[in-house]
Design a protein. Structure first.
Length: 425
C-alpha cells in the first residue's frame, strides 16, 4: 500500500510544512537548554571537592569562574537545615523538549505516515494501527524501564544498564521489521527521550518535592529519595548522546536505511556510553581514559562497514501496474492526471540520476535521504516532497545541477494543484 487513509488539502499540507519548521526550532531550542543544564550539573556533581573544612551537611563544593565573576557552589547530599525563600527548579526544559518533540513527530510521522512511517515492504499497516504501535512503543518502553528500576535489579546499577541495553537492542530490531528505517531510528530516539523526560517528571522532581515538604514540616528527609533521583539522572546522562544521534539520523540514510540498520542503532548506544565515560571520568578527576576514544572510533568504523552493505547486496525494483487500491484518492488523482506523463518525464530527467537505487550522477553513490524516484508509484508517493522542493522552492535539484527549467517547475505545481482541485471538486 502506497497511501494511508489520511487526506489533506494542498494548503493544509503547506501549513503543516510551516508547523514542522516552527516545531523543529522549538524542539532544538528546548533540547539545547535541557541537555546543557543536564551536562552541566553532572559535570558539577562529579567535580565537587571534599575536605575537612566543609560546613556541616555539605557533601562537596566547587569554585567556578564565568562571565567575569566567581561562583561558589555547595551541595547538600540530603538537604540543608533550612531552605531559602527562592528555589530554582530545573524541569521545564525537559517537559518542553518532550512536548515539542512529540508534536513534531505527530506532524511529520503521523500526518506523513505514507512516506515516513509505514513501509509496505515490511508490514502493511493501516494508519490507526501504525500510530497505535508508535504510541505503545513510547509508553510501554517507559513502563518497562521504570519497572526494571523499581525491581531488585535497580540495586545493581551496572546490571540495570546492561538489561536496559538488551531491551533497546530488541526494540531496535523489532522497529526495523515494521517501520521505515528513518521512523525506526526516530522511535528509538523518542522512546529513549520519553524515558529521560519521564524520569524527570515521574521520579526526580517528585522525590525532590518530598524532600522539600519534609524540610518545611521540620522532618529529616530520607536520603533514599536523593539516591534514586541521582541514579535516574545518571541514566539520562548516558542516554543523551544516542538520542541526539537518532534525532539527527534522518539526514543519513546510510545509517537508518540499510539491511543492518538495527545493528547500527545498537552500536550507537555503545558509542554514547564510551564518550560519556571519558568526560565523566575527567570531571570526577579519575584520570583520562583515552582508550574510550579508540573504542568509539572502532564502533564508528564498524557502523561505516555495515552501511556499505548496499554495495554488495543489490535488490532490483520492478515497476508494477498501478492500482487504485494502492493509493489514497488524492494520490490516485495525481496518477490519473493528464499532466502525469509530462511530470514523470521531468522527474526522470531532472531528479532520477541521483534519486535512484543505483545513482549514475558522478559522486552520488546512494539516493539522497533514501528517496528514490524511478517508478510511477515512487513519484506519486513523494509528490508533496517533489513539489515543495522543486516547485514552491528551488531547493532541488541542488544548485540546479540538472538544469530544471522554470516551465518544468510550473508544470509540477500545476499538476499537483489541479489534481487536488479536481479531487476536491
Amino acid at each position: 500500500m502506497f497511501g494511508t487513509e489520511l487526506e489533506l488539502s494542498f494548503l493544509t499540507l503547506l501549513a503543516l510544512d510551516w508547523a514542522e519548521f516552527a516545531l523543529r526550532w522549538l524542539h532544538v531550542i528546548t533540547a539545547i537548554a535541557w541537555i546543557g543544564s543536564s551536562f552541566y550539573f553532572i559535570a558539577l556533581d562529579l567535580g565537587l571537592r571534599r575536605h575537612e573544612n566543609l560546613p556541616d551537611l555539605v557533601h562537596g563544593e566547587e569554585w567556578q569562574v564565568h562571565g567575569g565573576g566567581f561562583y561558589h557552589i555547595q551541595k547538600y547530599l540530603v538537604a540543608p537545615p533550612t531552605l531559602p525563600e527562592h528555589l530554582t527548579w530545573f524541569k521545564w526544559e525537559s517537559y518542553a523538549t518532550w512536548l515539542s518533540g512529540f508534536a513534531l513527530m505527530a506532524v511529520v510521522y503521523y500526518v506523513g505516515a505514507d512516506i515516513y512511517l509505514i513501509d509496505a515492504d515490511k508490514a502493511e499497516l493501516s494508519l490507526p494501527v501504525a500510530i497505535g504501535i508508535s504510541l505503545a512503543v513510547l509508553f510501554v518502553g517507559w513502563m518497562g524501564y521504570n519497572a526494571l528500576c523499581r525491581s531488585k535489579l535497580g540495586e545493581n546499577p551496572t546490571a540495570l544498564m546492561l538489561a536496559l541495553y538488551v531491551i533497546l537492542v530488541i526494540l531496535a530490531y523489532g522497529l526495523d521489521q515494521i517501520f521505515t528505517g528513518r521512523a525506526a531510528f526516530l522511535h528509538l530516539g523518542a522512546v529513549t527521550a520519553t524515558i529521560m523526560s519521564f524520569n524527570v517528571l515521574m521520579v526526580i522532581i517528585p522525590n525532590q518535592r518530598i524532600v522539600v515538604a519534609d524540610l518545611k514540616a521540620g522532618r529529616t528527609p530520607d536520603a533514599k529519595y536523593g539516591k534514586i533521583a541521582k541514579l535516574r539522572s545518571t541514566h539520562n546522562n548516558y542516554l543523551t548522546l544516542p538520542v541526539i544521534f537518532f534525532m539527527l539520523s534522518n539526514h543519513y540514510p546510510l545509517a537508518h536505511s540499510t539491511q543492518y540498520s538495527w545493528i547500527i542503532a545498537s552500536l550507537v548506544f555503545l558509542m554514547g556510553v564510551s564518550i560519556r565515560h571519558y568526560f565523566n571520568s575527567n570531571h570526577a578527576r579519575q584520570g583520562s581514559p583515552r582508550w574510550t576514544w579508540g573504542v568509539t572510533a572502532a564502533l564508528f568504523l564498524i557502523i561505516m562497514a555495515l552501511s556499505l552493505a548496499p554495495l554488495f547486496s543489490h535488490k532490483s525494483y520492478e515497476e508494477v501496474e498501478l492500482s487504485e487500491a494502492d493509493f489514497t484518492s488524492q494520490q490516485w488523482q495525481l496518477a490519473q492526471s493528464a499532466h502525469f506523463e509530462d511530470v514523470r518525464d521531468v522527474v526522470l530527467g531532472r531528479c532520477s540520476m541521483c534519486h535512484a537505487q543505483e545513482p549514475f550522477y558522478e559522486g552520488v553513490r546512494w539516493p539522497p535521504k533514501g528517496v528514490m524516484l524511478e517508478t510511477d508509484a515512487q513519484i506519486i508517493s513523494q509528490a508533496h516532497v517533489i513539489v515543495t522542493q522543486s516547485a514552491l522552492s528551488h531547493a532541488m535539484p541542488p544548485a540546479n545541477v540538472s538544469y530544471m527549467e522554470a516551465e518544468e517547475r510550473r508544470l509540477l505545481l500545476q499538476w499537483y494543484n489541479q489534481s487536488f482541485g479536481d479531487q476536491e471538486g
